[in-house]
Design a protein around this ligand. Structure first.
Ligand SMILES: CC(C)(COP(=O)(O)OP(=O)(O)OC[C@H]1O[C@@H](n2cnc3c(N)ncnc32)[C@H](O)[C@@H]1OP(=O)(O)O)[C@@H](O)C(=O)NCCC(=O)NCCS
Length: 170
């Protein structure tokens, strides 16, 4: 799925006006306003924004490199992976849509954009991992095919191979 008009997705670095969003979560609003630029500069997390035609921020997500312990995955998945202690992953640390745009497909479109961006990278990663902030977010991610880690219900993953069977480098 790609994001259709009237939204465009840009890196936070390309946006120089106020980083204002009202998602219903104080922590997610504050992160964009106060922390995201610093995380970008320090290469801790890259932040991508959905902008309306008039440059209003309608949503955002962040991506970082990470790893998951092999033994934290389900047995049927472990069997198909090499016996390294951990597997490389991409972590979507935050995903948020402004309240006035929620329920119209933007969250799903941002998720699809993040998956495609990560899968297109020339750095290998087995899966995307997300941290759901509450049970509603867990259900949202499950709706999109994510599976909870056996030991941590609110941390979910989606192997890239399930949506992109072949990598662009194969
Ligand atoms: C969760 C959030 C990102 C979803 O974004 P959204 O734009 O409202 O969701 P969408 O309209 O794109 O929904 C996409 C799909 O997910 C489904 N969906 C959305 N919220 C859902 C929920 N809580 N439970 C189950 N399914 C849900 C929709 O039915 C839709 O399904 P479809 O594509 O088959 O029609 C948004 O509501 C939000 O920012 N919430 C506050 C912050 C938050 O909870 N972030 C989650 C990450 S921690």
């Amino acid at each position: 799925m790609t994001l259709s008009a009237p939204f465009s997705i840009v890196s936070l670095g390309e946006m120089d006006s106020d980083r204002v969003i009202k998602t219903g979560s104080i922590a997610l609003d504050r992160y964009l306003r106060e922390q995201a630029s610093q995380d970008m500069r320090r290469r801790i997390a890259y932040c991508f924004l959905a902008l309306t035609n008039d440059k209003q921020i309608a949503g955002y997500y962040t991506l970082s490199a990470g790893s998951a312990l092999l033994n934290d995955l389900q047995q049927n998945i472990i069997k198909k992976l090499p016996r390294y202690p951990s597997v490389p992953i991409v972590r979507m640390g935050r995903l948020a849509v402004d309240k006035s745009f929620q329920g119209h497909g933007l969250g799903g479109a941002l998720l699809a954009d993040a998956l495609e961006r990560a899968a297109k990278s020339e750095i290998a990663a087995y899966a995307m991992v997300v941290d759901a902030k509450d049970e509603t977010a867990v259900v949202f991610y499950q709706h999109h095919g994510f599976i909870s880690f056996p030991s941590s219900h609110k941390t979910l993953f989606l192997p890239f191979s399930t949506i992109f069977p072949k990598s662009s480098l194969e």
